[in-house]
Write a protein that binds this ligand. Structure first.
Ligand code: PMV
Length: 317
């Protein structure tokens, strides 16, 4: 049997602007993970058939019965191609994920990476990190046509990254570990719609949108320094600045704003939307003193789920 996992993720700075070539910062959320287990099928009648199971999406099926455009069929086929296997191996592939679906926590990318990692290892041809990342990127293109590549990158490397599209991801130095609270608005995150909406605005007014992206890029670069220096007050201020730029981009919603206000009033050092917006999550920077009050305030104001995550440079075992 072979088992592989991949973490959830959140975007700390630079969402949307990253689609237009600006830098972004993302971190893994290690307490929620996609886990894939693979076993050989030995019955002769099962030769050349691969069984796929995922409780979260209610799927139990042979690979050849799944639509070829389905993300799971796609990542399996791409992986078999990448390792040069021409026939489908007789396997049972089971996916168990604790990452909430459609909430901006990168569940799709994590499942792709865990499937590809488990499959290539089980078949004795483990893929390099950069290959795992490009296969997951291919699949992400089904979800939304123009992904920046940040999701697959942070999930594959499983450590905080400073990312510019088309460049090697850089390690993010974390001078002092810090704590974030992730509050789920309960509205499904709408990556395709939000990315399309921003694109429409960009097409209709490129100079203003480019200026907004530049400001977001500059905030992201300053945040990288604040994280390196362990300067949490500065980091919180930059999160708030990034949020006001996301408001200008038009991807916040009254529900997200309510959570942001509640977290701020309860003592969060900084708060912003994380990911595409129009739903999904907000993230709040907290310390020991504020974390319980912020969690309570988010729940009292309608958050459907609240998770903690610690950001540190440490790499998973
Ligand atoms: O909604 P999420 O967490 O998958 O983030 C999307 C981030 C965007 O910058 C809006 C799109 C992208 O591909 O980077």
């Amino acid at each position: 049997m072979t088992e592989a996992t991949a973490p959830g993720k959140i975007i700390l700075f630079g969402e949307h602007a990253v689609v237009y070539g600006r830098p972004a910062i993302a971190v893994p959320v290690r307490d929620v993970r996609a886990k894939v287990t693979i076993q050989n099928l030995t019955a002769p009648s099962q030769a050349g058939s691969l069984w796929v199971e995922s409780k979260a999406i209610g799927l139990s099926s042979w690979l050849h019965e799944i639509d070829g455009g389905h993300p799971l069929a796609k990542i399996i086929t791409l992986t078999l191609e990448a390792i040069g296997l021409e026939t489908v191996p007789s396997l049972r592939l089971a996916i168990n994920s604790s990452i909430p679906l459609a909430s901006g926590l990168g569940s799709g990318a994590a499942v792709s990476v865990a499937v590809s990692r488990a499959l290539s290892e089980h078949l004795g041809r483990p893929l390099a990190l950069k290959d795992l990342s490009s296969l997951a990127f291919e699949v992400d293109r089904i979800h939304h046509g123009t992904p920046s590549g940040i999701d697959n990158t942070v999930v594959v490397y499983d450590r905080p990254v400073y990312f510019i599209p088309g460049k090697e991801p850089e390690r993010l130095e974390v001078g002092l570990p810090f704590m974030l609270i992730i509050g789920d608005s309960g509205q499904p995150s709408a990556t395709i719609e939000a990315v399309a909406q921003v694109r429409d605005s960009w097409i209709s007014d490129k100079p203003s949108m480019e200026a907004l992206f530049d400001s977001i890029g500059s905030v992201t670069n300053q945040a990288r320094e604040a994280i390196r220096d362990g300067d949490l007050p500065r980091l919180g201020g930059l999160m708030n600045q990034n949020q006001s730029l996301l408001l200008d981009l038009g991807v916040s919603t009254p529900t997200l704003e309510l959570l942001i206000e509640a977290a701020g009033a309860a003592g969060a050092i900084g708060v912003k939307v994380s990911g595409a917006g129009l739903g999904g999550n907000i993230i709040a920077l907290v310390d020991q003193d504020s974390q319980r009050a912020v969690k309570r305030a988010l729940i009292a104001n309608g958050a459907s789920k609240v998770l903690y995550t610690e950001v540190s440079t440490e790499v998973s075992p």
